[in-house]
Every structure is written in structure tokens, then in C-alpha cells.
Design a protein around this ligand. Structure first.
Ligand SMILES: [Zn+2]
Length: 266
């Protein structure tokens, strides 16, 4: 019984650490603060955890992270997270240089496309290089960020996206285009389209991938001298007629990039 309890605590600790970086440690603190024999132990622990976690996430961490070379993404009218989850889980930290670049990209893009926002997904955690933000192994140094593609309803650009989580709804290759997914899966890379299980549900079925707006957006990315690499699926690079050598193929060992754009600093 004690062993099972311990296993449970370890499991929660790992889960919270993987999802939020600081949650696991705060869970341990709340275990420590609420004594074993106290009344309504589980409820009290949950309350302690929630309060400390919220204070840490929204007040303490944003003030400490600059000492670790990272800052919270500065949101604006034109730059926003896909959902509150990314901010609640501390997945919205970047190096100051990346913060400057994404604001600039958002402003450039919305100037060209009135009313359309730059929507970001997973960036990095606030602390420690080499601490990966799973499932993205490379998002571990403050220099990486994922952003959403842009979609349109009846030709009019929209801020709607097709997936609740922000990942896993693909802009598939047509029969005339190269099918990278089939190629990678045939080679045994079973994980290549794994994010299809991570949508948390598909929404806004009336929207369609906008070739024009996504080309605009990626060209703005390419034109930033601070941006090193950009990952999208090869069939989209072709379809959008993009030729910059900053736009690379991420390799079959990664996952599909026709549900989002990844880019990183040099
Ligand atoms: Zn990424």
C-alpha cells in the first residue's frame, strides 16, 4: 500500500514536471505542507497546490526567468497564444531576442492582413537549457517556437484554427504532391504522424488552409535575419513556391509539420 502511494506521487510529480516544468516541485511542496494525518488531506493538498502554482506561474516565474535568460512572450492585440493552456503551463518562454522577433513578425503580418493575429503554440519552458518541452525534444534552449498556420472561411482570412490543442490537424499532400508522411512511415518511422492523436478534438470545419496568407507569413519569417531554420512539410514548401534555404526538412525522426510552423533563432 505504501509502495502504491509512493508510485502514485512519483507519477503525478513526473506528469506535472513534463507538462509544466515547475508543477512537480510545487506538488512536492504541497505534500510537505499538508501533514499526513490532517483532515481532508487530498482536498487541502489540491488547494495548496493550486494556489502556490498560480502564484508561481503568474507572479514569481515571470520575474525570475530573466535571470535564466528567458522571458514570457509579450502578447499584444496581434500576438496571442492559441489557448490559455500554453500560459498556464509555462510553455510560453523565449529568449529576449525571439520575443522581439515574434512581435515584429506579428506586426508585419497583421499590417499586411488586417485583423489577422499571429497565434503561437509551444515555445519553451522558463528555466534551464537542455530541459525539453515534450513532445518537442528541440524546444529546450529558448530559441524555438511553433506557430499556427492561417486559415480562411470562404476566401476571407480568419483567426479560427482547426484543432483544439493547436496540433494534429494536417494540411495533407494532394495526390500530385510528394507524400512525406507515407515515405517516412514506410521507412518505419511510426511516430511521424503521431500528433493526430493530440488534437483534443477538431473544430471549425468550415475553414481552409490559405495558400496566400501562409506564404506571406513564411516569407516574413524568412526575411528576419535572426531566424535560422523554419520547418514545414516539403509538399507545402513546394505548393507555396518557397525557395529559401532557411526552410528545411526536419527529418523522418521528427513529426509532421503540416499542422503548424516551427521556427528558431540562428
Ligand atoms: Zn517546434
Amino acid at each position: 500500500m505504501i509502495f502504491l502511494k509512493l508510485l502514485f506521487h512519483v507519477f503525478i510529480f513526473l506528469l506535472l514536471t513534463i507538462a509544466t516544468q515547475i508543477g512537480g516541485v510545487i506538488y512536492l511542496v504541497s505534500l510537505f505542507l499538508v501533514k499526513k494525518n490532517s483532515e481532508k488531506k487530498a482536498l487541502r493538498r489540491f488547494l495548496y497546490f493550486s494556489i502556490i502554482y498560480l502564484i508561481a506561474t503568474f507572479i514569481i516565474v515571470p520575474n525570475i526567468s530573466p535571470f535564466f535568460g528567458r522571458e514570457k512572450i509579450k502578447e499584444s492585440e496581434v500576438l496571442q497564444a492559441h489557448s490559455f493552456f500554453y500560459k498556464l503551463a509555462n510553455r510560453n518562454y523565449v529568449k529576449p531576442e525571439l520575443n522581439t522577433v515574434i512581435s515584429k513578425i506579428a506586426i508585419d503580418f497583421s499590417t499586411k492582413n488586417k485583423g489577422i493575429k499571429l497565434i503561437y503554440l509551444d515555445a519553451n519552458f522558463p528555466f534551464f537549457d537542455k530541459f525539453p518541452l515534450l513532445p518537442h525534444l528541440s524546444h529546450n534552449d529558448g530559441k524555438k517556437i511553433d506557430i499556427s498556420f492561417v486559415y480562411a472561411t470562404n476566401e476571407a482570412l480568419s483567426n479560427k484554427k482547426p484543432s483544439i490543442s493547436g496540433y494534429g490537424v494536417y494540411e495533407n499532400s494532394t495526390t500530385k504532391e510528394f507524400n512525406q508522411t507515407e515515405f517516412c512511415k514506410d521507412k518505419g518511422y511510426w511516430q511521424y504522424d503521431f500528433p493526430k492523436y493530440l488534437t483534443l478534438g477538431t473544430i471549425n470545419k468550415d475553414i481552409a488552409f490559405s495558400n496566400k496568407a501562409n506564404k506571406d507569413l513564411i516569407e516574413i519569417l524568412v526575411n528576419q535575419k535572426e531566424v535560422g531554420k523554419i520547418f514545414i512539410e516539403p509538399h507545402l514548401k513546394n505548393r507555396l513556391n518557397l525557395s529559401s534555404d532557411k526552410i528545411r526538412f526536419h527529418g523522418c525522426g521528427a513529426v509532421r509539420h503540416d499542422d503548424h510552423i516551427h521556427f528558431q533563432l540562428k
